[in-house]
Design a protein around this ligand. Sequence first.
Ligand code: ASP
Ligand code: MG
Length: 418
Amino acid sequence: MKIFKFGGASVNNAAGIKNLAKIVSKVNDQLVIVVSAFGKTTNALEIVLKAWLAGDIGYKDHLENIYSYHSSIADELFPSGNSARSKIDLSFSRLKEYLSSAKKSIYDFEYDQIVSYGEVWSTIIVAEFLKKSGLNADWIDIRGNLLTDDRYRDAEILWNESTNRIKTVFDFRRFPVYVTQGFIGGTVAGRTTTLGREGSDYTAAILANILDAEEVVVWKDVPGLLNADPKWLPDAQKLDEISYKEAVEMTFSGAKVIHPKTIKPLQNKNIPLHVRSFLVPDEKGTIVKADAALRKVIPVFIRKEDQILISILPKDFSFVMGDNLSRIFHTFILHGIKVNLVEASAVSIDVCVDDERPKVEALLTDLETEYSALYNENIELLSIRHYTQEAIERITKDRKILLEQRTRSTVRFVVRKN
Ligand code: ASP
Ligand code: MG
């Protein structure tokens, strides 16, 4: 049994969905297909949400554009009509009903109730198209099966509760192929949750873990994992085979091709991950698996943009490494801020985090009584795995370096944005 995941870029128009059907029809195996929202629908739904929360009636026009986009895709795929049409219409009217009647709750909760529709619509259309193309495929609503806690927008999987349900619904007794939503889940009480932006890869990995899949294939618009973002370093090269460890380090440092949470569920069950291009589906892409070595070790460059460097000093001049450390990090966790780099000295600690300003400001206010904190904005975090002197010079020349960290395998630079 295999799991295939198709992201928004692979299904941004009717041709993309036809291409998906062509790719999956060549698989001679049981298959779960995890699909993200079409194209940039998640971003578009975020705009609807913000307008709605702000009381701006213009949200209706934004939603109407999203509706037209989905209907034009459906029209092209089903020129002589199909039940996808009525299912999509029904689902849009449910959302409209919610928007016109719900009492507005907090942002994170409403985010999940509203933005999650993108995956519902995309999977309805994909499943109907696969059926029309002759595949015996079933559509599964993951929200009642992949159970999570109620940390909206960053929900944690309830593994025990999800396992039985997932094994029961994806049993392959009547259907060899299932289509389901990435990125979304549901609480035990039946509220929709999401797993964090770009979380569909993670969904694929969770399902693979629970169902003991043979492999996961993530279909992308790039040929595989590269040793750098080609928009940054145009001579980037594809990596043929890398280890789970390498992949997790790369994604944690900011490589964007796969979601950082994807690796653990796969590593735990020794399931290989293939990153392949839906544009050239016959090519091999990158394999992530246990004990793979970078065949020839080449430097891997990773850039994480939009960072803030926070320096925290205990006001009473006490050592930072004692009790202060756990107090400081506990505060980061409370504010939902993920730490990307830490460097401590005797009486101060530097922490690099994503520049999510409202959260960072709330954190600083909380720390204020015991600590003085300063921050530097417009920061980037540059990492090189398997660095060489030449590689370091290549990306740090003419850069203002604020902090440098080196281990045997990795060097990381906190630099000012150019
Ligand atoms: N559609 C969601 C997003 O754009 C999830 C995903 O693409 O993986 O973040
Ligand atoms: Mg997406």
